[in-house]
Write a protein of this length. Structure first.
Length: 532
């Protein structure tokens, strides 16, 4: 267990992607089965421990210490797992050199029932050191927060076994923890695992953002253009009667969209954008959010926010792999295939006609639909390649909107940011002159440098006027306040927020130390943008 705990600690403290890859590869190379496979499952979110929930953990710890003291400790540390691992009283029966292995811990937790789960967890925490406790708690709460995505973990596997990551991604959904067969193949001790499941995920092809000078090197005649819709990238795969709807990272999201899955009466793998509404009247991303991350969706919600897929590529039809074909040929196959599907659930992503880059730029800045966030450029002769190859596909998003807002509330972050106030709620002015008040319009936790984070954190501590648990209310009025230039992709109307608006992908683009709080923007600025 100590090896896994050490891995988590070092991953949290290692900011670089290559550094994290090195740590993962070293762990896979030096740790034996089943521990390395269970660690991999925990990192990718495929390790299920149903007997213990975070609420049970809180109940256990307040049985052992004063709840008010625990609340203060949690507020100060900012991370539940770290707090509990530090304050948990050391058992007199603890033997320092006899830590349980990761395999032993997982076996005990998975064998526990909901009723005896808390007792099993308590005994494990009693027998563990502080670092091992931290790792155990991370396992049962399910949120590692170590800066490693499932994709990065698979990339580490690929480099460990010297194979292409696409090979691992195509096998992944047919594998189960602790992945002994996978590791045996990667070490050259066994044959490559065979596909044992139908409707598996295919690694997606990603685009690169258009950079300065990129268009000058490209011939418009070589590229097709499509609108970039503000939905989520999905892959619809149906094979041998098995239907799966995958996100771009390979997560199965079929359960949240049963209406779309039920309409998949085909044998193919389609790539496209998941949207809500009707193809002729597309809903907003805010509407789509009503259905995201749900385990069950009521018939009323399916009727109110029906899901459909805007298709822009085809990877397979009737067992024939089409990914090696050029886009021009795949597009012809896709056009014919989509014509056979339910038009209320599947439509074809239209091409955008343009003569040159200036003409496309004008179209990009004034798209025909409010939820279009730019254009996609795809080279006509490009095969469908996994990953993000440079050159075949580009995304050319609309320039973000910006607004000057005033910092109102700040909250501690998580992981390496748990000691800093790094989550910021900001607002704009509303009301008649002389009686203006700030109304919150968004929350952001990125867009600033580490040095700027320290500056904002100091400002928050020096200007706190009220506390609400882990949240601090910051002095903000007409004569005092920190102005933040906030960039965002779009706005939606909201009945949940006092301001009546909700921002799409807000981030801090600049700290306006030079600007008085009174000169921040008003709510009418955002309402005008929303109306437009």
């Amino acid at each position: 267990m100590n090896r896994f705990a050490e891995l988590l600690d070092r991953l949290v403290l290692t900011p670089s992607r290559n550094g994290k890859l090195t740590l993962l590869i070293d762990y896979f190379r030096s740790v034996e089965d089943p521990d390395r496979g269970l660690a991999l499952a925990a990192i990718t979110g495929d390790l299920s421990i149903a007997a213990v929930k975070p609420a049970m953990l809180r109940a256990l710890v307040v049985e052992r210490m004063d709840p008010v003291l625990f609340g203060y400790s949690y507020d100060y540390v900012g991370d539940l797992a770290e707090t509990v691992s530090l304050v948990w009283p050391q058992s007199p029966d603890h033997i320092p050199n006899r830590e349980p292995t990761l395999g032993e811990v997982v076996a005990k937790l998975q064998a526990a029932s909901r009723s005896d789960g808390p007792k099993v967890l308590a005994r494990l925490l009693d027998s563990a050191s502080i670092s091992a406790r931290f790792a155990i708690i991370k396992l049962v709460t399910g949120g590692l927060r170590i800066g490693v995505s499932a994709r990065l973990a698979k990339q580490a596997l690929a480099e460990f076994g010297k194979v292409d990551v696409a090979e691992i991604e195509e096998l992944w959904h047919g594998l189960t923890p602790p992945y002994a067969g996978l590791f045996a193949w990667l070490e050259g001790k066994a044959e490559k695992p065979q596909r044992t499941a139908s409707a598996l995920f295919r690694p997606v092809m990603l685009s690169n953002p258009i950079g300065d000078g990129d268009l000058e090197k490209l011939d418009p005649a070589d590229y097709a253009a499509e609108w970039k819709w503000d939905g989520i990238r999905v892959q619809a795969v149906c094979e041998d009667g098995v239907r799966r709807l995958y996100s771009r990272t390979g997560d199965d999201v079929s359960g949240a969209f049963p209406d779309l899955a039920d309409a998949m009466h085909f044998s193919a793998a389609l790539d496209g954008e998941l949207l809500v509404g009707e193809p002729s009247a597309t809903g907003t991303f805010s509407d789509l959010q009503q259905r995201l991350n749900r385990k069950t969706v009521t018939p009323k919600m399916q009727q109110q926010y029906p899901a459909f897929m805007r298709c822009y590529d085809v990877l397979q039809i009737d067992g024939e792999d089409l990914r090696t074909l050029p886009l021009r040929e795949r597009r012809l196959r896709l056009e014919a295939f989509v014509g056979t599907l339910d038009p209320s659930r599947f439509d074809l992503s239209p091409l955008v006609a343009f003569e040159d880059w200036p003409a496309l730029e004008r179209l990009r800045q004034a798209p025909p639909h409010p939820i279009i966030e730019g254009v996609m450029l795809k080279r006509w002769d490009s095969p469908y390649l996994a990953g993000r190859p440079k050159g075949p596909w580009f995304k050319w998003k609309r320039d973000p909107h910006t607004v000057d807002a005033v910092l109102m509330y700040a909250q501690r972050g998580h992981g390496k940011r748990s000691s800093f106030y790094s989550d910021y709620t900001f607002g704009v002015w509303s009301g008649p002159e002389g009686a203006e008040e700030l109304v919150p319009v968004g929350k952001a936790y990125f867009g600033f440098t580490d040095e700027e984070l320290k500056q904002i954190d100091k400002y928050v501590r020096d200007n706190t006027v009220e506390r609400f648990g882990p949240v601090r209310s910051v002095r903000a009025d007409r004569t005092n306040g920190l102005v933040l230039e906030v960039a965002f992709e779009g706005l939606n109307r909201s009945t949940r927020h006092k301001s009546g608006v909700a921002m799409r992908f807000p981030r801090i683009s600049r700290l306006r130390w030079d600007k008085p709080a009174a000169e921040a923007d008003r709510i009418e600025t955002l309402q005008a943008l929303l109306d437009a």
